[in-house]
Design a protein around this ligand. Sequence first.
Ligand code: BEZ
Ligand code: FE
Length: 286
Amino acid sequence: MRDFDENNITDAVIDRFANTPDTRLKTVMNSLVRHLHAFVKDVEPTFDEWLFATQFLKRCGHISTGGREEFILLSDTLGVSMLVDAINHRMPAGATETTVLGPFYLDNAQEMAQGADISMGHKGEPLYADVEVRSAGGMPLAGATVDIWQSDDDGFYDMQKEGGEQYLRGRFKTDAEGRLKFWSIAPTFYPIPFDGPVGDMIQATKRHPYRPAHLHFMIAAPGYETLVTHLFVAGDKYLDSDAVFGVKQSLVDEFPRRDGGTAPDGKAMTGAWRTLNYSFGLAPKD
Ligand code: BEZ
Ligand code: FE
């Protein structure tokens, strides 16, 4: 066939995939072509605009080296990551809601003992956390692996700093009652990396790059779906405009503030500090 035009080219391209043996790949390619062509018909880009679009993607590729994943950041900032997350996590009652993984997870975080302080002496308002891990049905899960990571008081993760020191992250095991106690500092809001093409998109569209203050959790236990989530601090000014659309009300906690006194582990406190109590529920596999 020849003489393709605006009216027949979409079907012609879809026909070209007719012999794809992998039916899932065929579904993906057909839908991609249909939606991409509909997008182009909707926008009617000039040649310069289409060239700009291809250069944008090229820049996303070029900056994606080492720990930098600009295409994931693009997916995050367009709400696609949370859409994929929602489609893949239609959770049973009692299971904690999920949210984005983000680029700052490390799979070799330092293992820490119950009660340890992950701040490693970095400045910030002290935070005492006492959380528990249960099955969605309410059974305490002893020995669950709990990875925690967060930004520092200046809004940076350890991975964003020179030197390779691990801080404000750790890997713990829950105790016999499924509980985990640890010290940290209160998280603060911070910007997603915005020195690349995604940042240019954020600026050109007058969005802001900030995420509300949160702690990241990844919780794994045999027989259960691994839970990837955050706990957000109530009152943060970015809760309703998170740059990556990751906030869920069930994940917002007050992190109540105290002044002086004695912490639950007996530590004498001076000045303001905060507490966190939360019960996580893990969905059974399948
Ligand atoms: C984060 O919370 O660490 C994060 C998530 C998505 C994009 C950038 C950062
Ligand atoms: Fe984060």
